[in-house]
Design a protein around this ligand. Structure first.
Ligand code: ZN
Length: 505
């Protein structure tokens, strides 16, 4: 049995048009990945191949109609070439944060990004795209019984884009991210506009006029890898010298960022987990008590918590061009200049939340070279290409850097009336029962690091609060504590605050 000649030509044309996008643009994400073994390269090649397989039915579908093809294929080339240019030139991935900035920027700022290199890349890609269109018009016939092919292409697309194992990596890669990131941006915008229950009735504000409350949300930092919690390595040389109170037995129900953050920031608890999706956060109560509220983000927003980011008076993205598919340096030190500028200019009540990248995989990206104390470190982004020792060394280097980062924040707060909370969103599993990373139900992923520090001035004004924390520090709590404790720390009272959850009781 053989395929008819025009069908064969058509499929060959679709294959070449798909491969052009795959090689010229999609491959950009793979050339920048750290790999070690030949096998790792093979795994990346297979991942790239899956993306190409997912792209094939899309090109197949549009190529069935030459007008449709002439409209979409050059557009795909133009937009993909822009993303590819910035991927190579500045390590930028396309994120909802970039779309948000582009939306808010005036046209002059956007135009400043246009360079000769960009123009050359875009024009050459457009030229190739147009050549494909001309060839499609002149040489390629659509196959017989074209409606059957429409149906087949459509069903193939549906299947490809509904398999979660394919959809997740596809959605972050060129050219699919053009669609998925835009769709995510629109859904995040809609999420911000949803109605949520307001908790600011009956609020009584008793805190001092100069109080500064800081919350650092950590990332994947497990409690038992802190030197100050008795870990065999001294991963906290700075914080071990501070009068810091650690709560090593905090339990997080959720083991990934998107589920954990809304639970931490709202009144949600084990009996009422839905409040995480229905109510506004404690940030609102701070605002009600005249705090200026700031969210400093070193992680991209997600639909589950963007609502709370926008509750703040100011939202700043320290790294708007970074996503989990970026492997160059991306450290929390990037938040420090923003943090410093806010505490310098605001003398009145101030609440600052920092959402850090902390100990997120790929660990090596998240600590500067001078914090590479434990060696050898991981060498590939394919987890099982690294030895357990290399994985743990890289992870512990991120902990060393977090120790320094938190210490830097504390140094800025020492002479103020300030209290600092550090709570990681979840822990991380490091080889226990052969498992790695998080978002899985393994014991270490449920125990995040939790630290509280008070400035001398705050301690003086609140001696009983300090003593109570010391008394409670070995007790077991769920992350439900945070909503009630942070408001309690600021002496904000309301009937939505439940004393029994507060670490101060
Ligand atoms: Zn996380």
């Amino acid at each position: 049995m053989f395929l008819k000649k025009n069908l064969l030509c058509f499929l060959l044309f679709v294959t070449v048009a798909t491969l052009f996008i795959g090689v010229a643009f999609t491959s950009a994400d793979f050339f920048t990945s750290p790999v070690y073994r030949l096998k790792d390269r093979f795994i990346l090649f297979v991942q790239w191949g899956i993306l190409i397989l997912a792209l094939f039915p899309v090109i197949y579908l549009i190529a069935l109609n030459r007008y449709l093809f002439s409209l979409f294929y050059p557009l795909l080339c133009i937009f993909s070439s822009i993303l590819t240019y910035f991927r190579y030139a500045t390590g930028t991935t396309f994120t909802t944060m970039i779309l948000d900035a582009a939306w808010d920027n005036d046209i002059h700022i956007s135009l400043e990004l246009v360079s000769l290199g960009l123009i050359v890349i875009v024009l050459s890609s457009l030229l190739v795209g147009v050549l494909f269109c001309v060839y499609r018009f002149k040489k390629i016939q659509h196959p017989n019984r074209v409606y059957l092919h429409y149906l087949m292409a459509f069903v193939l697309c549906l299947v490809m884009f509904n398999v979660p194992r394919i959809k997740r990596p596809v959605s972050e890669r060129i050219p699919f991210n053009l669609y998925y990131i835009t769709a995510r941006y629109i859904s995040e915008k809609n999420e911000i506009l949803t109605e949520r229950n307001i908790l600011t009735e009956n609020v009584v504000c008793e805190g001092e006029e100069n109080l500064l409350v800081v919350l650092i949300i950590g990332e994947s930092l497990r409690s038992d890898h802190l030197g100050l919690n008795g870990y065999e390595r001294n991963t906290t040389p700075y914080l071990s010298q501070e009068d810091i109170i650690s709560f090593p037995h905090i339990y997080s129900e959720y083991t990934h960022t998107n589920a954990s953050l809304p639970h931490i920031l709202t009144r949600a608890d084990s009996l009422h987990p839905d409040w995480a999706n229905e109510e506004r956060s404690f940030i609102d109560l701070f605002k009600q008590c005249n705090y200026y509220t700031v969210w400093l983000a070193n992680q991209e927003p997600a639909k589950t918590y963007i609502y709370f980011m926008k509750e703040c008076d100011t939202l700043i993205y320290a790294n708007a061009n970074k996503s989990p598919y970026v492997f160059d340096k991306w450290t929390d030190g990037d938040l420090l200049p923003f943090f410093n500028s806010f505490i310098e200019k605001e003398e009145k009540k101030l609440f600052i939340l920092m959402h850090t990248i902390g100990s997120h995989w790929y660990y090596n990206s998240h600590f500067p070279d001078e914090f590479q104390k434990y060696n050898p470190i991981a060498k590939s982004r394919i987890v099982n290409a690294n030895t357990p020792e290399e994985m743990i060394n890289s992870y512990d280097n991120t902990v060393l850097y977090t120790d320094y980062f938190v210490y830097e924040i504390i140094s800025q707060l020492r002479n103020r009336n300030a209290i600092l909370f550090y709570l990681s969103d979840h822990g991380e599993v490091l080889g226990e029962n052969g498992a790695w990373l998080h978002a899985i139900d393994a014991t270490p992923t449920h125990y995040p690091a939790c630290l509280i520090w008070m400035s001398p001035q705050y301690k003086e004004k609140n001696p009983s609060k300090y003593d109570t924390l010391q008394m409670n520090k070995e007790k077991r709590y769920r992350t439900d504590f945070l909503f009630h404790t942070i408001l309690d720390a600021a002496k904000i009272q309301s009937n939505v605050i439940d004393e029994k959850f507060s670490l101060f009781h």
